[in-house]
Ligand binder design. Structure first.
Ligand code: FHN
Length: 488
């Protein structure tokens, strides 16, 4: 089933964004051009596939505690600190806030994670430095609630950044602004002088940690911000505007997504004039755009869990629909065919092991990417009618069709506008390079504005997974015969 035909039911972005009817003065809008062309952003555009890793104290319980599942009591596995209701253990928050005292992941091997990501074909990593519980996986000078207070002690962020960078995988740091257990954090905008003083202290703490991360890990390419939806942060737009400017000045080429901050009218992701805030749209979380036009030409990435939700480790996946490699391949192609990156989340357990299902998917994705990555990396949207067979991607001089729906007659009919300057002049199976029979089929439909090119798949060609047909593009053959229009 082509996901792009799904009816738009996901979250708030399920259709073209309504562009504001009037223009408004915006002082605290985007700090960067809509389409950056510097090398860091060009690399971002070419990633195709990324890996997200959510790791922290929430990995210890793994969405359950003493045999009781948190599924009915917490919004997601990495939200387990907020477990409430009849299933929640007594004094749960106190128990959770002591988990750091037992965090000692004996199986953690950042180099092994990085090798696996490399073999999977990921070109960038988004790694949780600190999630909503405020526990920092690096030895921050600005909070005692960090990895150095645990039995593990060592700087996990450094181990991960170094290992992935050594494998040639760019690293982005996930950073949650909100901190559930920070006494200076508040949901609502500060009102009283005391609240303003308290929240300003929190803002300064946030800035200090971010500058610290840039200083400690200069190899990183960007931040992936989260937890920026509360009014306290939204109303702090002069501060957040200045902070983004300072981060960018400190780290030229830094990439920041649209979730970091808002304009002075409270508009997030897009300012009050509909312009993107940040370098790429960061709202496609567990959902994908149904049409290229919804993106308005902006860069974007989609982040996705393998289970229905739950970014942190979940011990028990039983009774859940967990996405298959084929599901994830189709989402990857849907993203890349619309100029986006697809980022798959992994949630290691409290010892640092990936879920066995995650290992399987990483391996199967890697096998596919090994043979077909050319249709993904550095490929972009092809301005063609949506194919019923799968997804088009293109590069200079080549058109790729990743086939998910193989026609029973083994003929892939490629429809192009009749006036196309470039048409398929040769075709092959990308995996293995077997040439394929290609012919221009003048079907002669009356007033038809499309030309058709038929690609014959070998009858003996067997595959149980999506495959890619690579087409070389060239000038159309000699002037086609002019057919008489029907008389009606
Ligand atoms: O609340 C978080 C959630 O725990 C997770 O980190 C996702 C993925 O980035 N972001 C927020 C939910 O939208």
């Amino acid at each position: 089933m082509c996901l792009c035909s799904l009816s738009p039911v996901y979250g708030q972005w399920t259709g073209p964004k309504q562009q504001p009817k009037t223009q408004t003065t915006v002082k605290y809008g985007s700090l960067t051009p809509k389409h950056r062309t510097d090398s860091a952003m060009v690399n971002f555009r070419n990633y195709g596939l990324g890996q997200f890793i959510h790791w922290g104290l929430y990995a210890i319980p793994g969405n359950e505690w003493e045999g009781v599942s948190a599924r009915k009591g917490a919004a997601a596995s990495e939200w387990i600190r907020s477990w409430s209701g009849p299933t929640a253990p007594e004094n749960w928050k106190e128990t959770y806030d002591k988990l750091y005292q037992q965090f000692n992941p004996k199986a953690f091997d950042a180099k092994a994670w990085a090798r696996q990501a490399k073999e999977m074909g990921a070109k960038y990593l988004i790694f949780t430095t600190k999630h909503h519980d405020g526990f920092a996986l690096w030895p921050s000078r600005y909070s005692d609630y960090n990895i150095s207070a645990s039995p593990y002690k060592k700087d996990i962020v450094k181990e991960v950044v170094d290992a992935y960078t050594a494998e040639g995988i760019d690293v982005f740091l996930y950073f949650s602004v909100l901190e559930w257990n920070n006494p200076d954090y508040m949901l609502k905008a500060p009102q009283t002088e005391a609240e303003k003083k308290r929240f300003q202290r929190f803002l300064n703490y946030t800035k200090n940690q971010l500058l610290e991360l840039l200083q400690n890990y200069p190899q990183i390419k960007g931040f992936w911000f989260d937890g920026t939806w509360d009014q306290s942060w939204i109303q702090a737009y002069p501060f957040t505007y200045a902070l983004e400017k300072e981060l960018r000045d400190k780290h030229p080429g830094l990439i920041i997504g649209s979730r970091f901050r808002n304009d002075e009218h409270g508009k997030r992701h897009f300012d009050s004039n509909g312009n993107l805030l940040g370098d790429y749209e960061q709202g496609w979380e567990r959902k994908l755009p149904g049409d290229y036009s919804w993106l308005n030409g902006n860069d974007w990435d989609a982040v996705m869990t393998i289970p229905p939700n739950g970014w942190g480790y979940m011990k028990d996946w039983s009774g859940l629909y967990t996405k298959t490699t084929d599901d994830l391949l189709e989402m990857l192609l849907q993203a890349v065919s619309m100029n986006g990156n697809f980022v798959l989340n992994f949630g290691p357990d409290g010892q640092g092991n990936m879920h066995p299902e995650e290992d399987t998917i990483a391996s199967e994705l890697g096998q596919w990417m090994q043979k077909n990555g050319e249709a993904i990396y550095g490929a972009s949207h092809a301005d063609l009618p949506i194919s019923k067979y799968g997804y088009y991607t293109q590069k200079e001089g080549y058109l790729y069709l990743t086939v998910f729906n193989r026609p029973v007659n083994n003929i892939l009919r490629i429809a192009l506008p009749k006036n196309s300057k470039e048409v398929p002049v040769a075709a092959e199976l990308l995996a293995g390079g077997e040439p394929l029979l290609l012919k221009h089929s003048e079907i002669g439909l009356d007033l038809d504005k499309q030309a058709y090119y038929d690609i014959q798949l070998p009858r003996g060609f067997q595959t149980d997974r999506a495959f890619v047909v690579k087409m070389k593009l060239g000038s159309p053959e000699a002037q086609r015969q002019q057919l008489m229009d029907a008389k009606m």
